[in-house]
Design a protein around this ligand. Structure first.
Ligand SMILES: NC(=O)c1ccc[n+]([C@@H]2O[C@H](COP(=O)([O-])OP(=O)(O)OC[C@H]3O[C@@H](n4cnc5c(N)ncnc54)[C@H](O)[C@@H]3O)[C@@H](O)[C@H]2O)c1
Length: 337
């Protein structure tokens, strides 16, 4: 199986580096419309054909990796699938649920692999959190909150939630094994009059679990943190803390019997903090290796097109809530595989 990558801008070089390491000579084409980016790619990948001619690449490879701006994902993925290619597409899968559903369905009809770049589902800390949750170690999940903040990279084509929020939605959906039933979103356009730079999104998951997601590219501190509060323990995943990316806190509030007046008392538990050791692997490498294995074996990726659809459905509901000034908006529930 041979591969072409489309898009070599800010993120594309990270994919190309891993694709080069994993696929070697099977990495055949790198397609970008920008002469400057093609020149940069040519200096790094002399054995790869660097071109702006997508049709030539599609005629010669079996699989493509798409790392272009979000608005191009659906048309490029559709073109590649219709040409009979397996497709890895960066998040978000599409800019509308209907486009995303069409792509997921097309990949099934044509029996081609469609995988979406939800990188954090391959992150060792996030996978460790999922194991801890599934084992019941933290009790019932009560709520979670995440912050994905930085000064930059400021975008003008999509708002901050479409840009970086897909990571938090995919992490929450993955950890909870469900899609939210509703969302409520507020945001503000401080830098650019057409897209929100700062957003606060609340998502309601089954069983009354709340997820609050704060994203911004106008913040003084680079923050990448997800906190999960359970009835027995609490988890903090801080991607900026290289020494302790994941912390497990034996903390909680236990309800005691009601007193003579019927009022409940609480005993606060402030126990030990444990830092599990995590494998030192680059999530992007694990992610691309999985895509290559699926392409080689025909297996369904763990982050398949329907997973991408469920994330896009949340993003679309967030847009609608923004338009309605923060109203609670139902999230379309999609029953794909
Ligand atoms: N998984 C992650 O952690 C992560 C991180 C950053 C970005 N991304 C995703 O990567 C994608 C690219 O983001 P970016 O920040 O690199 O964007 P970018 O604008 O820096 O780069 C996009 C590149 O695609 C090229 N391009 C645009 N349209 C094209 C077309 N039709 N055919 C060929 N080339 C085309 C542009 O010339 C440019 O070089 C986005 O979908 C983004 O969401 C993912």
């Amino acid at each position: 199986m041979t591969f072409a990558q489309i898009g070599f801008g800010y993120w594309g070089p990270n994919l190309a580096r891993n694709l080069g390491a994993l696929a070697g000579q099977r990495f055949r084409y790198l397609v970008d419309l920008s002469p400057e980016r093609r020149e940069k790619a040519a200096s790094l990948y002399p054995h790869v054909t660097i071109t702006d001619d997508l049709d030539a690449a599609l005629a010669d490879v079996e699989s493509v990796i798409i790392a272009t701006p979000a608005a191009t994902h659906a048309p490029l993925a559709r073109k590649a699938l219709e040409a009979g290619k397996n497709v890895f597409v960066e998040k978000p899968l599409a800019l509308s649920t209907s486009d995303a559903v069409e792509l997921a369905s097309l990949s099934e009809t044509l029996n081609k692999v469609l995988m979406v770049g939800h990188t954090f589902e391959f992150n060792p800390a996030v996978r460790a959190m999922k194991e801890i949750l599934d084992a019941g170690d933290i009790g019932d999940v009560l709520y979670l909150h995440s912050q994905r903040l930085n000064l930059g990279r400021i975008q003008s084509d999509i708002n901050a939630f479409w840009s970086i929020g897909p990571h938090d939605v995919s992490i929450a959906n993955y950890l909870l094994g469900a899609s939210p039933q509703w969302v409520s979103a507020r945001g503000a356009r401080y830098l650019n009059s057409s897209v929100e730079d700062v957003m606060f999104v609340t998502a309601g998951y089954p069983g009354g679990v709340l997820a609050h997601m704060h994203v911004s590219w106008l913040d003084p501190s680079k923050t990448r943190r997800t906190t999960v509060v359970g009835s027995k323990k609490m988890l903090v995943y801080d991607d900026m803390d290289a020494d302790a990316r994941l912390k497990i806190f034996d903390k909680g509030a236990d309800r005691l019997d009601a007193d003579a007046y019927g009022a409940y008392q609480y005993r606060l538990r402030d126990g030990a903090m444990h830092v599990p050791s995590l494998p030192m692997v680059e999530p992007l490498s694990t992610e691309l290796r999985h895509f290559i294995e699926c392409v080689d074996s025909g297996a369904r990726p763990v982050v398949d097109g329907w997973n991408g659809v469920r994330t896009v459905a949340v993003l679309e509901a967030v847009d609608e809530s923004l338009r309605q000034g923060g109203a609670q908006v139902d999230v379309l529930q999609v029953d794909g595989a």
